[in-house]
Design a protein around this ligand. Structure first.
Ligand code: SDX
Length: 435
C-alpha cells in the first residue's frame, strides 16, 4: 500500500477566503475517505448526501465491493471462490471471526449452531396472533423482535460473550423461524429441526417435510440452497445492514436490531426485489411483451422499474448474479424443468436489456435478485417467502457488522443532521384568530 498518510483535501470558502484542511484516511483497497468529522465544528457547515451515495458511514474489514469491476470479497476472499469451494457454515465463521476456520474450529462452530436451532416452545404462540395470510416478512419482523423477550441472558451488548451467544442464537434460529412462518401460512404443523442435518438441509427439511411421509433431501437442491445462502450473506453497508448498525448504535439489543434489519430488507428496492422480479416476470407473461415493459422502464413518467436490474454500487455484472445464473440452470436441469417460461422470459429480458442503450448508458445490469427468485420457485418456495430466505442468509452479515460496530472504539450513536429549509420561526395564532 502506497504511503497515503498526511494526505489532505483543502476546502476553501470562496466568500471568506478561509481554507480548511481535511485529512484523508487510506483504505486497504478501494476509495480512500475524506475525514469530515471536524467539519461542522470548524466550518459550522454539514455535508449533504441524501442516500449516502458518497458517504462512508464506518470503517469495516468485513466485505469489499468494487462496483466497476464487479468484485465482491468476504474478508478478502472472492465470492465466486467461496460459492464454489466453501459452504455456508464456513462462510459464517469467516464473516464473524475474519479467518477461515481450522477443521476443529469448523466442527465446533457447526455443532454450536446446530444445537441452538430449536426455539423456546412459548414462541410458537406468537405465530397464532397473525392471520394465516400475513406476509411472512411481517411474521419475521415480529417473531425475531420477540426473541429479545426470551433471551435475557445474552442482551448485554458490552459483554463479548453475550454478543457471540446472541449472534449464534440468531444464526441458528432464523431458518427455524422462517420455516415456521411458511408452515403457519399453509396450515401445516411446525417441523422441529434435526441435529443430524447440515444447515441448508435442515432448512429445507423444516420447510418441506410433514408428519405424513419421509422427506428425502435432494443433494443438488441443498447444495444450491447452501450456495444461495453464501451469495446473500453480506454486502457492505447496504440499507438493511446500515439499519442494523444505526439501531445497534443506540445500544438496542441484538434481536431488536436484526428485526429492524428484516424490516428494511423487506422493501422492493432492496431485498424485496427477488419477490418483485417474479411478480414482474409473471406480469410480462410472454416474451413478446418484453419490449413494452422495457419501454415502461425507460419512461420517466412511468414509475415502473425493471426489478432485478441496477444497483447502487455495481455498475457491472453483480458477481452473485453470474453464480446464480449457473445455479439456476443446475437446479432446473436436476428437477427436469425444461419448459420454465419465466426463465425464458428472464433470459430474453436480460439479453434485450443488456443490448439497450438506456441500460448500457446507466450501467444497469442484472443483480443478485434477478435469478434467485427463479431458483426458489423451482425448489417450490412460494414468492412471498423469497425475501424471508434473503433475511435468513443476511443474518450472518448483519450480526458480523453489528459486532464490528460495537467493538469499534470510535463508535458513537448514529445521529445524522440535515439541510433545514422549513419555516424560520413564527408566533402561535390562537384558533379564534384564524380564518
Ligand atoms: C439489493 O445495497 C446493496 O448492496 C443491496 C443488495 C444487497 O446484497 O444488500 O445488493 C441487494 O437490494 C439489490 C438491488 C435490488 N433492487 C432492485 O432490483 C430494484 C430495481 N433496481 C432499482 O430500484 C435501483 O437500481 C436500485 C434501487 C437498486 C439502485 O438505485 P440507485 O443507486 O439509487 O440508482 P437510481 O435510482 O438513482 O437510478 C439511477 C438511474 C435513474 O435514472 P435517472 O434518474 O438517472 O434518469 O437509473 C435508473 C433510474 O431511473 N434506474 C432504472 C433501474 N434502476 C435504476 N431504470 C429502470 N429499471 C431499473 N431497475
Amino acid at each position: 500500500m502506497s504511503d497515503k498518510t498526511n494526505r489532505t483535501f483543502t476546502l476553501t470558502d470562496n466568500t471568506t477566503g478561509k481554507s480548511y484542511e481535511l485529512p484523508v484516511l487510506p483504505a486497504s483497497i478501494g476509495p480512500d475517505v475524506i475525514d469530515v468529522r471536524k467539519l461542522y465544528a470548524d466550518t459550522d457547515h454539514f455535508t449533504y448526501d441524501p442516500g449516502f451515495t458518497s458517504t462512508g458511514s464506518c470503517e469495516s474489514k468485513i466485505t469489499y465491493i468494487d462496483g466497476d469491476q464487479g468484485v465482491l470479497l468476504y474478508r478478502g476472499y472472492a465470492i465466486a471462490e467461496l460459492a464454489e469451494q466453501s459452504d455456508f457454515m464456513e462462510t459464517c465463521y469467516l464473516l464473524l471471526y475474519g479467518e477461515l476456520p481450522t477443521k476443529a474450529q469448523k466442527n465446533k462452530f457447526e455443532h454450536d449452531i446446530t444445537y441452538h436451532t430449536m426455539l423456546h416452545e412459548q414462541l410458537m404462540y406468537f405465530f397464532r396472533g397473525f392471520r394465516r395470510d400475513a406476509h411472512p416478512m411481517a411474521v419475521m419482523c415480529g417473531v425475531v423482535g420477540a426473541l429479545s423477550a426470551f433471551y435475557h441472558d445474552s442482551t448485554d451488548i458490552t459483554d463479548p460473550k453475550h454478543r457471540m451467544v446472541a449472534s449464534y442464537r440468531l444464526l441458528a434460529k432464523m431458518p427455524t423461524i422462517a420455516a415456521m412462518a411458511y408452515k403457519y401460512s399453509i396450515g401445516q404443523p411446525f417441523v422441529y429441526p434435526r441435529n443430524d442435518l447440515k444447515y441448508a438441509e435442515n432448512f429445507l427439511y423444516m420447510m418441506f417435510s410433514n408428519p405424513a411421509e419421509e422427506y428425502i433431501i435432494n443433494p443438488v437442491i441443498s447444495k444450491a440452497m447452501d450456495k444461495i445462502l453464501i451469495l446473500h450473506a453480506d454486502h457492505e453497508q447496504n440499507a438493511s445492514t446500515s439499519t442494523v448498525r444505526l439501531a445497534g448504535s443506540s445500544g438496542a439489543n441484538p434481536f431488536a436490531c436484526i428485526s429492524a434489519g428484516i424490516a428494511s430488507l423487506w422493501g422492493p428496492a432492496h431485498g424485496g426485489a427477488n419477490e418483485a422480479v417474479l411478480n414482474m416476470l409473471e406480469q410480462i407473461g410472454d416474451v413478446k411483451n418484453i419490449p413494452e415493459f422495457i419501454a415502461r422502464a425507460k419512461d420517466k413518467e412511468d414509475s415502473f422499474r425493471l426489478m432485478g436490474f441496477g444497483h447502487r454500487v455495481y455498475k457491472n455484472f453483480d458477481p452473485r448474479a453470474k453464480v446464480l445464473q449457473q445455479s439456476c440452470h443446475d437446479v432446473l436441469n436436476e428437477l427436469g424443468i425444461t419448459d420454465e417460461p419465466l426463465l425464458d422470459i428472464a433470459m430474453e429480458l436480460e439479453r434485450i436489456a443488456l443490448e439497450d442503450p438506456y441500460f448500457i448508458e446507466k450501467k444497469l445490469y442484472p443483480n443478485v435478485d434477478f435469478y434467485s427468485g427463479i431458483i426458489f420457485r423451482a425448489i417450490g418456495i412460494p414468492t412471498s417467502m423469497f425475501t424471508v430466505l434473503f433475511s435468513v442468509a443476511r443474518t450472518v452479515g448483519w450480526v458480523a457488522q453489528w459486532n464490528e460496530m460495537i467493538e469499534d472504539p470510535s463508535q458513537k450513536i448514529g445521529r445524522p443532521r440535515q439541510l433545514y429549509t422549513g419555516e424560520t420561526g413564527r408566533s402561535y395564532l390562537p384558533l379564534a384568530k384564524r380564518p
